[in-house]
Design a protein around this ligand. Structure first.
Ligand SMILES: Cc1cc2nc3c(=O)[nH]c(=O)nc-3n(C[C@H](O)[C@H](O)[C@H](O)COP(=O)(O)OP(=O)(O)OC[C@H]3O[C@@H](n4cnc5c(N)ncnc54)[C@H](O)[C@@H]3O)c2cc1C
Length: 242
């Protein structure tokens, strides 16, 4: 069985795994697909503001012909007090007043560390069910597809060998945790480190990152820039790269 049943996976729970997500890691998201917008169709916008979008960000992703996905994700720590949808409505009213909303999408995104064990006797968990979302961006489509490919390869080999034991399927865990899973662990720690950034610190970081040529914007260089915005981050940097 491949459990790809999304956030809070029931299949994972049936298999005896805890698939719950801590509130602080559960991004509450809302998105409008909007039309007739005056935006640059070649630019994705990310807006950080502790007032407009606490513990998350607003995105504007152009989709061509003056349309775009305009969305927001806020940490579950804040969404109990005020919903993501209400924050999004305020933003849209300010930025795109009166523009048509073609569709609305809401949901939770688990911006957590990937579960340590993502397979067992006769089953594997994939995508949101396994918490394979990039913990910083909240993007789970590409990583979910990559994990699906890894799970498919392991399932194919297991079928040829007629061996669906936990030991055989643990190859999938190893492949994930040694590739994107490893990056996600780092991203999660970065997320924790920048979670309480003030707007001034975010602005300072953005200005520092802009000074780095595009081709040199590695994780290390960006973190060095972040250090200028918040020198105390040095302790988190040491944990990340040791
Ligand atoms: C508002 C919003 C915007 C987002 N924007 C982006 C973005 O721009 N880029 C990005 O990368 N990610 C984005 N994400 C995150 C992304 O949508 C998810 O990470 C991704 O869809 C996870 O894929 P999945 O296949 O694991 O789970 P899902 O897409 O949730 O699919 C799970 C499927 O399983 C089905 N299912 C559940 N239970 C059962 C059952 N018992 N039997 C049969 N079927 C079942 C469900 O109906 C569903 O179709 C966004 C999320 C939200 C909420």
């Amino acid at each position: 069985v491949v459990g790809a049943d999304g956030v809070e996976s029931r299949i994972g729970r049936w298999a005896g795994y805890n698939t719950f997500t801590k509130m602080i890691d559960m991004e509450s998201c809302a998105q409008f697909t909007m039309a007739d917008l005056d935006i640059d169709q070649d630019t994705c916008e990310f807006i950080f503001s502790t007032k407009k979008v606490p513990g998350g960000y607003i995105w504007i992703f152009p989709k061509g012909n003056r349309t775009a996905n305009v969305g927001i994700g806020i940490s579950g720590d804040y969404s109990g007090k005020r919903s993501a949808l209400s924050f999004l409505k305020d933003f849209v009213e300010e930025r795109f007043p009166g523009k048509p909303v073609l569709s609305t999408l809401c949901g939770g995104v688990p911006c957590a560390m990937t579960r340590k064990k993502i397979s067992g006797d006769g089953f594997m968990l994939v995508g949101d069910a396994a918490h394979q979302v990039n913990p910083i961006s909240g993007g789970g489509i590409v990583s979910g597809m990559y994990a699906g490919m890894l799970a498919g390869k392991t399932a194919g080999t297991a079928a040829r060998e007629r061996d669906f034991s936990a030991k055989r399927l643990s190859e999938y865990d190893r492949e994930w945790h040694s590739t994107i899973g490893k990056d996600h662990e780092r991203f999660y720690r970065i997320k924790e480190a920048i979670f309480d950034f003030t707007d001034e610190q975010f602005n300072k970081l953005a200005h520092e990152v802009l000074k780095i040529p595009m081709q040199d914007r590695s994780l290390m260089r960006i973190f060095k820039a972040a250090l200028k915005a918040k020198p105390k981050l040095i302790f988190d940097v040491i944990k990340l790269f040791t």
